[in-house]
Design a protein around this ligand. Structure first.
Ligand code: DHK
Length: 156
């Protein structure tokens, strides 16, 4: 049986993780996050594909391309969280669950980071857990995508 596909989409400047303000965003690189999510995906029975773009329109196209292909989306829209209605609208086109992740706790930072347009479509929002936020999002998607009545992956 093919494993359900999860797309992990990342916005601007997240390609610089590891070098970028590590006191805020941590020391892990996006490649580290991709490797950790692929390994966890194997355990959870999910296939994982991680992508990043510095361009709003490309992120919109990634979301459109996930339709009918991905069972769920994890998205860190980065700075576009606070400005992009286009990304919100694209997510409204996607039929599966969406989890929004922020490495930092955006609510403890500058006021302009407190509002995310994307949250209006997200089934859950994880902020302030660093790179672990992606793993938490993956676990939540595994729960949401588990067939009703299935005990697979449950601890007890
Ligand atoms: C990442 C960014 O690049 C910022 O623009 C957001 C987010 C916060 C994060 O915490 O992952 O404001």
């Amino acid at each position: 049986m093919p494993r359900p596909m999860i797309h992990i989409l990342n916005g601007p400047n997240l390609n610089m993780l590891g070098q970028r303000e590590p006191e805020i965003y941590g020391h892990e690189t996006l490649q580290d996050i991709a490797a950790a999510c692929e390994a966890l995906g194997m355990q959870l029975g999910l296939e994982v594909a991680l992508r990043q773009s510095n361009h709003e329109g490309e992120i919109v196209e990634m979301i459109q391309a996930a339709r009918g292909v991905a069972a769920g989306i994890i998205i860190n829209p980065a700075a576009y969280s606070h400005s992009s209605i286009a990304i919100l609208d694209a997510l409204h086109l996607f039929e599966g669950p969406v989890i929004e992740v922020h490495l930092s706790n955006i609510h403890r930072r500058e006021a302009f980071r407190h509002h995310s347009f994307v949250s209006a479509r997200a089934d859950a929002v994880i902020a302030g857990c660093g790179a672990e936020g992606y793993a938490l999002a993956l676990r939540r998607l595994a729960t949401l995508l588990r067939p009703a009545g299935s005990t697979q992956g449950r601890k007890t």
